[in-house]
Ligand binder design. Structure first.
Ligand code: TRP
Length: 335
């Protein structure tokens, strides 16, 4: 393992295919950062089971989807460490040790937990696995001694928790074993869904997937939320909050065309159909090479999987160093 580069740690739960929101929000940055940093990308299959314990095939199948999605956007499995959580059981061991440093009250007030419990209507019957999830994530981060964790605003508390727990552990045993990570802000952004919701999200059913075919893509683009107050193509339209134009800004490389469309839209000189037809072409141009690479990934999936398994082994060795230092500090090392 390269020790000269700073370590970045991120991950995804394998619960579905990745979409444009993931691309804008995190994947494109992971690709950019994989040269400069020692990048750890974890497939959080154990945590995905929390919501899907009765449907393990779903999680197992989605590991493959995730690997193909990663490959298709340009994540290089020889640069970034892509690994599977369940192959690094030290994470669970570290989690148990960390759990002494967090109170039940603290977890009950955790904003992410509160929001998710309300969304899933689980306040009255919270599975323990769901409740301790924030601490388990701290173990993910601390086990590889991450320097940086790229997060959007909503995930910032996770990094703060990891820092606090690391500090408490170190000060309690007067050691310097757990490394305090820092949040890397500003690289995570939200892309709105096709329905105009601020976030593209599988559960909202408003996604364009990286692996959508042209027909699906076209259908979705023609349902994209534009300016609801505009009835006729001759009415002056609004650009702000108009999802079609937000997508144009992100994905259409022909900036002149976008400026011309915006100008005519504001003047009431272009219809939604032309805006969307051009958006379809832009997105097709953007997605074609990604879908091409996905086919490549499909063909060499066994090879990619075996790389992921051997990387997981390396990460596991790395994590066992952390475990061993922690055990020494807690006087439970007997070897
Ligand atoms: N919670 C992330 C998700 O919902 C996945 C994840 C698990 C993660 N552990 C992490 C992200 C540690 C960053 C750091 O997909």
């Amino acid at each position: 393992m390269d020790t000269t580069k700073k370590r970045i740690m991120t991950g995804d739960r394998p619960t579905g295919k990745l979409h444009l929101g993931h691309f804008v929000g995190s994947l494109s940055n992971r690709v950019k950062l994989q040269d400069e940093y020692n990048e750890f990308i974890m497939i959080a299959n154990v945590q995905a089971l929390t919501d899907n314990f009765d449907n393990p095939s779903k999680v197992a199948d989605n590991i493959k989807e995730l690997i193909m999605d990663y490959y298709s956007v340009g994540i290089d499995f020889n640069k970034a460490h892509v690994y599977i959580q369940s192959e690094v059981p030290q994470i669970h061991e570290i989690f148990v040790y960390l759990s002494n440093f967090v109170t039940i009250q603290q977890l009950s007030h955790n904003p992410t937990i509160k929001t998710e419990l309300a969304q899933k209507k689980l306040e009255e019957s919270t599975p323990l696995g769901f409740f301790y999830y924030p601490i388990h994530q701290c173990a993910d981060i601390l086990c590889v001694s991450a320097d940086l964790v790229p997060v959007g605003k909503d995930q910032a508390p996770m990094v703060e928790d990891a820092r606090e727990i690391a500090r408490k552990f170190n000060s309690t045993y007067k050691v310097n074993v757990l490394h305090e990570p820092q949040a890397l802000f500003g690289v995570e952004q939200n892309l709105p869904g096709i329905d105009g919701n601020a976030k593209m999200s599988k559960s909202l059913n408003n996604c364009i997937y990286l692996s959508d075919d042209d027909e699906t893509l076209k259908k979705k683009i023609f349902s994209v939320f534009t300016d609801p107050s505009r009835v006729h193509a001759t009415d002056p339209g609004k650009i702000e909050g108009n999802v079609a134009f937000i997508y144009h800004d992100y994905f259409n490389t022909n900036k002149k065309e976008v400026e011309d469309l915006k100008k005519r839209y504001k003047e009431g000189k272009v219809g939604d159909v032309e805006v969307k037809e051009k958006l379809f072409v832009a997105l097709k141009t953007f997605l074609d090479p990604i879908r091409e690479k996905r086919k490549e990934a499909e063909a060499k999936l066994p090879e990619l999987l075996s790389t992921v398994i051997s990387t997981s082994k390396e990460v596991s060795i790395e994590a066992s160093k952390t475990v061993s230092e922690m055990k020494k500090a807690m006087k439970i090392n007997f070897h």
